[in-house]
Ligand binder design. Structure first.
Ligand code: NAD
Length: 542
């Protein structure tokens, strides 16, 4: 604290722009998209004050147009990762000592830069390399990251205000110290906002960070680094390294000063990181904080009392927006026999009204490409399997084509087997599987929802019967960290629905909340006594 108890600006959610025909934002984002499409971005490593170009490069190609190259990124060698760690530790000396309002100002400025001059750079880069349509880019790469930055500043100031009582003659104070050492942030491809938030939230609390973005997100990661630099984030506070995840991770997890991991990505990778940290535990100076948000197999269950149009819309939007590549995307659906045919008919109609999957540059495309060839091949494999398996059939979709882009048609699989492979496995694509239950088996079906998947990220119940809603809310208590009533299971908003799941879906440290920020501090209690005893004898000793 400097010389005042400063109140931070009240955080408000960034309004979502419409990009409707004739709006200035539509024109601006298309102009930026074209400039990126015809340009050639060069993404360096950001280590301390340096931008390092190693010369070992990989191409950056849009998933919807994978023969077209829009740039390259440089990959790190072990020595660069070590250099990034050294820079962190050097920068920590000044950064950890900086008064909090100066840190707050940097991240508030970053939010305003994204809301203004960088908005269309963030959006166009996200459309280009993550193949988001403009609306999906806007709610992620503009609004959500702005919200993370603004709300986290508010939560940070609330945390600092949380102080203990003091009895007469003493003063108790708590300092929320950053962790000793450095934090390792590993981020996924699917949200530019998450990519920015994982290093930023730890840095905001006074920590220094080595950030490894996903190979499939490096373009928008560069724009984030540009924003942080322009916002005045001192060199070396966030160091960005790209390249071989195993080598980078081994180098970091071998370091005695490693003090925490902020991860979002798949469950298998996170479990292996946890194991590796456990194996290395004797090496570390402190017990590392382990925070990870991971996979999901998110459900929708409709009660016979649910309105069919509402269920169909929850499926269409919940399963297919951003090609089902949201960790929260609906991927298993339970429908009652009495309304299932009607609901499926409506979903089919919705899906048939989409254009064929295509480029996000064409604003009439609701569905664009999946992220890369590996994802495409995996999804095509499950679709082919459903075409031949006796206990599955394709209701709509089922087509795919990777000649130009990694395009998978939105697909609904209907199964008679509630434990069918696509009811249990996270596919991470525009494929949703439906199981139809007997209306009389509502309560048993809730048990089925609870015990079918290892995950517990998001889920939704749709019903108009309040007793049914109450029963589902209780029966499904532990199978979703974000539970929705009469809504789709996607679309969490920072400051309103803190996000995270349990079981195999993560440590549930709720990104975009004070709970998350508390993982990046180590409180120090200071007790000061004003009249210090000078004799050891207590009165009872006579
Ligand atoms: P991923 O696990 O493939 O990659 C995530 C990050 O881990 C990337 O930076 C990647 O390079 C890195 N990585 C990969 N292998 C590694 C290894 N062996 N060692 C160290 N790092 C490694 O995930 P993805 O495909 O980028 O993202 C999709 C996954 O993320 C899905 O499972 C999705 O459910 C999950 N996700 C979860 C949330 C959530 O909040 N729960 C949010 C977004 C995404």
């Amino acid at each position: 604290m400097a010389k005042g108890f400063f109140q931070v600006p009240t955080a408000i959610n960034e309004p979502v722009k419409s990009y409707a025909p004739g709006t200035p934002e539509r024109e601006e984002v298309l102009k930026q998209y074209k400039a990126y499409y015809n340009g050639s971005v060069d993404v360096p490593l950001y280590i301390g004050a340096e931008e390092i170009r190693t010369g070992n490069t990989k191409k950056i190609t849009p998933p919807h147009d994978h023969k077209h190259v829009v740039g390259q990124y440089h990959t790190a060698e072990k020595k660069h990762v070590e250099q990034a760690i050294q820079n962190c530790l050097e920068s920590r000396k000044k950064w950890a000592a900086l008064t909090w309002e100066q840190r707050a100002a940097i991240f508030l400025k970053a939010a305003e830069l994204i809301a203004g001059p960088y908005r269309q750079k963030m959006n166009a880069a996200t459309m280009m390399v993550q193949s988001k349509n403009v609306f999906q880019a806007e709610i992620d790469a503009a609004c959500e990251i702005i919200d993370f930055l603004r709300f986290n500043v508010e939560y940070m100031s609330q945390i600092y205000m949380e102080q203990p009582d003091s009895a007469e003659g003493i003063w108790n104070r708590v300092e929320y110290r950053p962790l000793e050492g450095f934090i390792y942030a590993i981020t996924p491809f699917n949200f530019t906002a998450i990519a920015g938030n994982l290093p930023a939230s730890a840095a905001m609390m006074g920590n220094v960070v080595v950030w490894k973005p996903s190979d499939s997100q490096v373009f928008s990661a560069k724009v984030i680094m540009d924003v942080f630099k322009e916002a005045g984030l001192p060199d070396g506070v966030i160091n960005m390294v790209t390249g071989d995840p195993v080598m980078i991770t081994n180098t970091i997890l071998d370091n005695a000063d490693f003090s925490g991991i902020h991860f979002t990505g798949s469950t298998t990778v996170f479990k292996n990181l946890w194991k590796q940290i456990g194996t290395n535990i004797e090496k570390y100076k402190t017990y590392p904080r382990i925070v990870g948000e991971t996979g999901g197999k998110d459900f929708i269950i409709a009660h016979p009392s649910a309105k069919v149009e509402q269920v169909a819309t929850a499926i269409t939007r919940g399963a297919f927006e951003f090609q089902g590549q949201k960790c929260s995307a609906a991927s298993r659906v339970y429908l009652p026999k009495s309304t299932a045919t009607e609901i499926l008919k409506l979903v089919k109609k919705d899906v048939e009204s989409f254009n064929k999957p295509g480029s996000p540059e064409d604003f009439s495309n609701f569905i664009t490409a999946v992220i890369h060839e590996g994802a495409f091949d995996k999804l095509a494999g499950y679709i082919d399997q459903a075409k031949t398996d006796a206990d599955a059939e394709i209701v709509v979709g089922g087509g795919y084509d990777k000649s130009v882009g990694y395009f998978i048609e939105p697909t609904v699989i209907l199964t008679t087997n509630p434990k069918y492979v696509t009811m249990e496995t996270e596919l991470f694509g525009p494929v949703v599987t439906v199981y139809i239950y007997e209306d009389a088996d509502w309560s048993e079906t809730l048990q089925l929802v609870d015990n079918t998947s290892i995950y517990a990220l998001t889920g939704a119940v749709l019903a108009s019967d309040r007793y049914a809603i109450d029963e589902a809310t209780k029966a499904l208590e532990n199978c979703a960290g974000n539970f929705y009533i009469n809504d789709k299971p996607t679309g969490a908003v920072v400051g309103q629905q803190p996000f995270g799941g349990a079981r195999a879906s993560g440590t549930n440290d709720k990104a975009g909340s004070a709970q998350n920020l508390l993982r990046w501090v180590s409180p120090r209690l200071i007790k000061e006594t004003f009249v210090t005893p000078e004799n050891y004898r207590y009165p009872f000793l006579g």
